[in-house]
Ligand binder design. Sequence first.
Ligand code: NCD
Length: 323
Amino acid sequence: MLRHILNITDFEKSELDQILSVASSIADNPSRYEEVAKGKILATLFFEPSTRTRLSFESAMLRLGGSVIGFSDAACSSSAKGESPQDTARVVSGYCDLMAVRHPQAYIPHQMARLATVPVINAGDGANEHPTQTLTDLVTIHQRFGRLDGLTVGMCGDLKYGRTVHSLIQVLARYPGNRFVLIAPPALQMPREILDCLEKSGVPCTICEDLEAAIPQLDMLYMTRIQAERFEDKAEYASLKGIYVLDREKLAGAKEDMIVMHPLPRVDEIDPGVDADPRAWYFKQTRLGVYARMALMLMLLNITVQGEEGKEACPKFCFEISA
Ligand code: NCD
């Protein structure tokens, strides 16, 4: 059966454990993985701008010894001539072993997956989801805390259009003892359907607007960019732009061992003065994303590497990564 990764809920918990474990193995011993995907081809089909997601996918495949094809701008692909994403998926299936798709419209990767004959990975679909950013986030949280449960997680900024937080909250809600503090103005709060799901599952969740008031209780603060490109009403964007800025003064109220994460790119929501603080983990996070994507692609390609079998599930990472 063809396996696609379209939503974060497509993963079983045991698969997330496996990805964390393999990502840590790769980080500990990258040379062991240098040629394991030799002969395999990843296609990156990006109909929307990207720096980290596309390049970290490409870097991940190259570090596994495979190759990469694709486009980074829809204007350079046949979609500019009117080809449907479904036709593109059918055609590109013949050229690769895996495809990673990003599209400005929600659910396009899902539609492409119906016609593809290789696994399709959703690399961000409109304001819907971004499951591989979440894998990056989980690897980062695990690296820092050695666990994914029992955490008070703050999410701040554009929780309405920010696809990364939609995926992240759904997966962290599956781990016991996690609590969420959702910091956003009412116009940018987490979609109702997600809040309803949390409520049904009895996951503790507080909604608030004041970052400074919320920060002292948090173990992790996930900052997000206000998603300018998703607003139909540009005046509404102008009124919300710059609404949250995490600076050194606000960070002074946080726990000493809290971490700040951000999927990046940042605009103005984290002052560069925060970057040197040991609690700033967003640049480390980008590096861990390569290991997360390497582990995911190995799983989808059914490649196991000798020495992984006996590994404890979810070990604490034993490597150090500098900022
Ligand atoms: C995010 C995205 O594309 O959703 N970036 C990323 O993939 N790291 C976040 C954003 O664009 O704000």
